[in-house]
Ligand binder design. Sequence first.
Ligand code: SF4
Length: 431
Amino acid sequence: MDFSSGRARLKQARLAGDRRELYPHSLQFYLDPPTENVSLVEFESFAVDRLKLLKVVENLGVSYVRSSDSYKTKLGAELRKLKFPYKALAEDDYEARRKDHISHFILRLAYCQSEDLRRWFLQQEMDLLRYRFNELTESLRQKFLEHVNLPFEALTARSLPSIQSDERLQPLLNHLSHSYVGPDYSVQKNTGKISLEQIDALSGKSFPLCMRQLHKALRDNHHLRHGGRMQYGLFLKGIGLTLEQALEFWKKEFIRGKVDADKFDKGYAYSIRHSYGKEGKRTDYTPYSCMKIIMSNPPSQGDYHGCPFRHSDPELLKQKLQSYKIPPSGITQILELVKGMHYQLACQKYFELMHDVDDIGFSLNHPNQYFTESQRLLSGGRELKKEPSNSGNSQQKNNSQESMNSNSAPTSSNTTADAELEGLEAYFTED
Ligand code: SF4
């Protein structure tokens, strides 16, 4: 008889029993924070997965009726994919329940730090809980409610002082609450594929509103303050401007204003080289994600950076959208999303209206993603809802006109720019 394997089996059974006792239901209202040791790698990957899940919850909540089959199917699939508990499995889904517990607590810490963050987090968690609760059978719902007793204690923020003293965790938590889960657009396969003459036309056609606003302000004022230069400069780097092009682009524009060539070379040129990793610590800076733009460094008077959906006065935003020929019903939808603090979804709606598609087909998290998807779509990478109409063409012309009217009109004609753009669009269809 193999006593050792018998003992091991017994130990395993006991462990399984302990585990079941720890997480007796697939749904949990835990009263105690996780107390076990969690590696930093696991800490981050759990948090990022939950963040991905909550982004999907947010997206679906706007695109579908919450009780609809499509909503349930898509959310169920996401829970399965990310290995969170998705059904009331009777058997051992301990790992999924543990992940559920730990990841929820981490995001509570990350998202309790401001009213905006708290509201967003609560809204998504509430929707997720509602979905998961409704998926339970009647008897499991009953069991769950009896088990949890439903006591409530306010705001995780009280745990922060002790967490804040942990120098390993605080940067992670700060980072998470501003974090973006997707490519960072630091690898520029498209470097050097864009000419400076194309930028005016591209800004009307394929730039998200934040970058279009920055481009226009730069052309109008021949200057941008630091926040704008960083946000826009890194975006341009992400769409493929080389360092040499960036230096030429900024210099040409700045010397039309109050900065002379010498001052530019001595001051501004350094910071451009710096952002390309050629000076100082030689950090190759990555373009800002939507979350970073929305959550940090709000613009003040005279600034043009930030996210117009988050930082513009709604009336000004409305006027801007009108001037871009967005139809009134679209503007109403965008303003509703802005009111509900769904800024990225408002931007997605703007994308749909600008490109005349019904469904954007991706979750927008990054201005450079907006650009890449726009170029892919314009080159025929996706189905358009309908053939571009004359009015669509006139919108593009108007957009180009807007740039052409500025003092710093591009040197090439619209026709040349459009021809060049076609080549560029084709480029972006490549993976
Ligand atoms: Fe720019 Fe993102 Fe705001 Fe859109 S949601 S305007 S891409 S920051």
